[in-house]
Write a protein that binds this ligand. Structure first.
Ligand code: AMP
Ligand code: GLY
Length: 423
């Protein structure tokens, strides 16, 4: 079987390693992949949003199955275009990917179908937004409607900050067209949980829960990043909460998308906050999370390709989706300065054992050497029988990945350890 994986980050590397476990897989092409992924797949220099070229490649090479991993090609209709040529895909069509592509769509969906989320108002007129902010409860949350590389959310601690965020998005256009419409949202509190779930539109099968570490610095300080590390499972996500989420959020979301004529097939990501009033949706993503995937897939016992294909064919209900009872921790090594400015082009070396545990994100091959080419460079994952052991082992292995100007948080999993003791 010949498979295409669209994308080129740590998440895609984890997906490729998962798919490779199936003996039916003869070849995996990564479009575009990266210098580290090249160890596990054939990288083809076609950009993840170059849909025409992706389809052309898949047709010419008689690809049997395509996995579209990142949000932008999904929102742009990559799955629709591949399916039109008869290529089976993992991932939602564009009409369903809008659940991530437009925050206004997601919020209106939740309101219409009574799915718990923060109260909100939508504005496409800057004057009205500013007027509303004069009496809005503070802190407040300002979100750009469209995709903004995970940066389109501002938590405003003062009225002035809120006004500046609205002006920056709506007048200055700092997120381009994505910020022309904004959502102003109630500020919620509570532990955050990420739950990725397979769904074929008929049933939802959640994967093991996880905890992201979004801030750049230790103790959750500094700028928001794409994620500096993850642990799974998330100790706050008890069985009782999981049951509630299934009944109040996961199934209602699947049904809502069906009722709207936008059946979602693929991986639906629920970003949840466990508030004093119960679990609420902070965000939906139409795809696997990064770096959540780097801890979730290593704990998956069922065969990834089999589950993905069942999602495509609508037979998920008959397919086992099992996870081990172990613990996983992923430590991201980034270029110093990320998510602001940073230098790249430094050679990366890895010991053999570190290499086997590492997913590569921002790296490319130059004269046969692996060199840094992005903010988040590598993610090193360990699986163990306790969270404590997984954290210690992930840090030990991560020490075997070296490049100049590297930096990582030193407290990945610390919050989960504390919560685990309290729970
Ligand atoms: P997002 O990019 O939508 O995941 O948002 C980034 C981060 O902002 C989330 O992980 C939360 O920590 C925070 N956030 C988003 N919405 C809210 C909200 N309504 N209340 C409090 N924090 C929020
Ligand atoms: N780790 C959060 C995301 O993938 O959006």
């Amino acid at each position: 079987m010949k498979i295409v994986v669209v994308g080129g980050g740590g998440r895609e590397h984890a997906i490729i390693k998962g798919l490779k476990k199936n003996p039916r897989v003869s070849e995996i092409y990564a479009l575009p992949g990266n210098g580290g992924i090249a160890r596990d797949a054939r990288c083809v220099p076609i950009g993840a949003t170059d849909i025409e070229k992706i389809v052309e490649f898949a047709v010419e090479n008689k690809i049997d199955y395509a996995v579209v991993a990142p949000d932008d090609p999904l929102v742009l209709g990559c799955v629709d275009a591949l399916e039109e040529k008869g290529i089976a895909c993992f991932g939602p069509r564009s009409c369903a990917a809008i659940i991530e592509g437009s925050k206004v769509f997601a919020k209106n969906l939740m309101k219409k179908y009574a799915i718990p989320t923060a109260a909100y108002e939508v504005f496409d007129d800057v004057k009205k937004a500013l007027e509303y902010l004069q009496t809005a409860p503070i802190p407040t949350v300002i979100k750009a409607d469209g995709l903004a590389l995970g940066k389109g959310v501002i938590i405003a601690q003062t009225r002035e900050e809120a006004e500046k965020a609205v002006r920056d998005m709506m007048e200055e256009g700092i997120f381009g067209a994505s910020g022309r419409r904004v959502v102003v949202e109630e500020y919620l509190t509570g532990p955050e949980v990420s739950v990725l779930a397979f769904t074929d539109g008929k049933c939802v099968k959640p994967m093991v829960s996880s905890m992201d570490h979004k801030r750049a610095g230790d103790n959750d300080t500094g700028l928001n990043t794409g994620g500096m590390g993850t642990v799974a499972p998330n100790p706050y996500y008890t069985e009782a909460i999981a049951k509630r989420c299934m009944e109040e959020i996961f199934i209602p979301t699947m049904n809502a998308m069906n009722a709207e004529g936008r059946t979602f097939k693929g991986c639906l990501y629920f970003g949840l906050m466990l508030t004093p009033d119960g679990p609420k949706v902070i965000e939906y993503n139409c795809r696997f999370g990064d770096p959540e995937t780097q801890v979730v897939l290593p704990l998956m016992e069922s065969d990834l390709l089999t589950v993905m294909q069942a999602t495509t064919s609508g037979t998920l209900n008959e397919t086992d989706v099992k996870f081990s009872n172990s613990y996983a921790c992923c430590v991201i090594q980034a270029s110093r300065g990320y998510p602001a400015s940073y230098q790249k082009g430094f050679e990366i070396t890895m010991t053999d054992e570190a290499s086997a545990a590492t997913y590569v994100a921002g790296a490319k091959l130059e004269d046969g050497k692996l060199v840094t080419s992005g903010g988040r460079v590598t993610g090193t994952t360990a699986v163990a029988d306790s969270l404590k052991a997984a954290i210690a082992e992930a840090y030990r292995l991560s020490g075997g990945v070296r490049f100049e100007n590297s930096y990582c948080r030193s407290d990945i999993g610390a919050r989960a350890m504390k919560a685990g003791k309290e729970n």
